[in-house]
Design a binder for this molecule. Structure first.
Ligand SMILES: Nc1ncnc2c1ncn2[C@@H]1O[C@H](COP(=O)(O)OP(=O)(O)O)[C@@H](O)[C@H]1O
Ligand SMILES: [Mg+2]
Length: 355
């Protein structure tokens, strides 16, 4: 807009998380969108790369890493960029930043930690606050809130404070799974993402290994009854008034939507999903209801299962920092809803500024 002062966006990416690489891919998309012809007139972008050890690098080096001019060659803790590293709270010139755009997927970011840290800068950010982020990240807490609201979900068991090194404990957990759930079951860390740490288990003998895999990522984990489902996703943007995007369906070749099928294999994305208009309406309603319940605003992607045999809608999860990679559903959903990626990132900034 003519005469409007350019807004400086602080784009934060990378992070001390098992979704580090996904974050880099997401940040590339968003960086290019802010630097498009149309957005260059309104925005400048400063980028902040957090390496795999949680250290912040300076903006110039971060940008080189993002656009691929410098390789990320950190192999050991001692070898990282000691000179260019910054101590966030001491060194960073965040006075120039008008709006933060944290694109850190998973732990040490999407779980609310970055939102808490940025709160001290007293600058707005794209996304929700500490509570919504933490609840959206933690599958056990998220599900217990949905249960209270009687939002339909798959049957599940939650475990915490369990020592899986103790054989008796493990056997007790296995018995509980066998008593309460039907195979296949999905074993999941309570806090993870991109399907990392998740196993689909088809028989009893596979349970111990799946438990260990989840437990390594998070000592709090859950086991869900696995259903034959279609995977349906809905985008959300807004503050007090949340808007829903078109509904999308992802169809993949693999047995389930694991890391490889999310990022390395070809999937079919269908927008709008070919589902009954009554179900679409119901999905949008639950998407808004569930975000409100968890105090999630700004942007989010709400993921559903549609059980193939019954056409029953089941809420799976809410992602509070949805992916922006070239294969990600969130930007595609909004494109189909009338906002291309350039318009979408600009809109997210406007939302964060309550414009
Ligand atoms: N109860 C379930 N029934 C059927 N498929 C499931 C179930 N739970 C998970 N999955 C499969 O695993 C994928 C990842 O699970 P999800 O809970 O969404 O974890 P993440 O947060 O890592 O995306 C889902 O998209 C789906 O393909
Ligand atoms: Mg998921």
């Amino acid at each position: 807009m003519i005469g409007e002062k350019k807004k400086c966006i602080g784009l934060i990416f990378g992070g001390y998380s098992n979704e580090h690489e996904v974050s880099i891919s997401s940040a590339k998309t968003v960086f290019h969108a802010f630097n498009s012809e149309i957005n260059k007139k309104r925005f400048t972008v400063k980028v902040f790369y957090i390496d795999k050890y949680g250290d912040w690098l300076d903006c110039d080096l971060s940008e080189k890493i993002l656009i691929g001019k410098t390789e990320i060659k950190i192999t050991k803790k001692q070898e990282n960029f000691s000179k260019e590293k910054i101590n966030f709270l001491d060194g960073i010139e965040f006075q120039n930043i008008d709006v933060w755009f944290p694109l850190l997927h998973g732990l040490y970011g999407e779980d609310g930690s970055i939102h808490g840290l940025l709160k001290y800068t007293k600058k707005p950010l794209v996304g929700c606050g500490i509570i919504g982020s933490a609840l959206g990240m933690d599958k056990i807490l998220m599900k217990s809130i949905f249960s209270n609201l009687k939002i339909p979900q798959v049957n599940y068991l939650a475990f915490q404070d369990e020592d899986l090194n103790d054989k008796k404990v493990k056997n007790r957990i296995i018995s509980k799974i066998l008593e309460n759930l039907n195979f296949p079951v999905f074993v999941k860390p309570s806090n993870s993402g991109s399907s990392l740490g998740i196993s689909k288990v088809k028989k009893k003998s596979e349970i111990p290994q799946a438990l260990d895999k989840a437990w390594k990522i998070d000592p709090r984990f859950l086991v869900e009854e696995g259903l034959e489902v279609r995977e349906i996703e809905c985008g959300i943007i807004g503050n007090s008034k949340l808007l829903t995007s078109e509904i999308g369906e992802v169809i993949y070749e693999s047995d389930w939507y694991d890391y490889d099928s999310k990022y390395n294999l070809d999937n079919k994305i269908i927008i709008p999903a070919e589902i009954d208009s009554k179900i679409t309406k119901q999905i949008k309603k639950i998407a808004i209801q569930s975000c409100k319940a968890l105090n999630i605003f700004g942007f989010a992607r709400v993921d559903f299962f549609l059980e193939k045999s019954s056409n029953k809608i089941l809420l799976n999860e809410i992602n509070t920092i949805p992916g922006f990679t070239t294969k990600s559903m969130f930007p595609m959903l909004w494109k189909a809803s009338g906002l291309n990626i350039e318009q979408l990132v600009a809109k997210l900034v406007e939302i964060s500024l309550d414009l």
